[in-house]
Design a protein around this ligand. Sequence first.
Ligand SMILES: *Cc1c(COP(=O)(O)O)cnc(C)c1O
Length: 353
Amino acid sequence: MKAFEKNIRKVEPYVPGEQPQERVIKLNTNENPYPPAPGVTKALEEMDAGNLRLYPDPTAEVLVNALADFYHVNPDQVFVGVGSDDVLSMCFLTFFNSEKPIYFPDVTYSFYKVWADLYRIPYECQALDENFRIVKEDYYPENGGVIFPNPNAPTGIYLELDQVEDIIAHNQDVIVIVDEAYVDFAGRSAMELIDRYDNLIVVQTFSKARSMAGMRVGYAISNPALIKYLNDAKYSFNSYTMNQTSLVCGARAVEDRVYFEEGIRKIIETREWAKKELADLGFEFTDSKANFIFAKHPKYEAKDLFEFLKTQKIYVRFWGSRRIEQYLRITVGTREEMEALFAAVRKYIEEQS
Ligand SMILES: *Cc1c(COP(=O)(O)O)cnc(C)c1O
């Protein structure tokens, strides 16, 4: 072994869902099946490549202001980044510096563990109960910070806001991050608690409900003090995280509330219909409030079904990790995509019997 090896920061990276380059029915990474708001297309058409010679606005003002307007907060309560992964990673770096472990659920977004390892933050996973629900009391002991998604991923289960508030209220000596990647499909956001708890950060993304995963835009809403700490860390890292194109397109997307709400309505409608179809096919699943369904079939191995679907050019997500070995996570696509999925599942079931 080379002497320098011992000083290398070695990490086991997060493994993203596959992004096949051939045409498939893609239900594996919770992207939105519908295009972004029409204003985004227009902004791209009107864009002048000549402007790319300039650095983008480091304060990301157009996007920050658009988000502040949309959520009725002040611009100094908004932090933006390159997808919420960037925002969350920056939050870990900025706020989780205690010697005590941070807490997050055992079945959750697997990136939390990766950032904790990367930044050498001690952590402890709190087990979800047998119905995959967060047990709020598990977050009462003294800790170095708390993070959980709401709805949780990959379970899709939405924790009612009074329970979210209870966790925040019991952790006022540390920062609590609520990762709301899917909240637009679910219910009330913890954003309404921002003024009451100075330890709360709410993180959201353009990747799911706003159909812009390819643009990489995420944001945090909090009080001005915590947002300032985030910006200080960002400026110490890379002043220009957000490129000009994302700033403009992001702002255009936020301005179109009608399109946004209609898109969410369609996904929820398809999700609830898909649950009925899955039940008819014998699947068991959590009551997901997100844009995916977390399902298992009592008769078939998740891995086998996953592999079979792939041969049919239908991609869903499978981990095979502890507690969720038999589960598949199926993104809610268009009605047509879901029909194709169910046809393929029927074919699989017929072949097995
Ligand atoms: C998708 C997702 C994110 C990250 O999304 P970005 O594309 O980086 O904005 C963060 N948290 C959870 C729980 C997610 O599912």
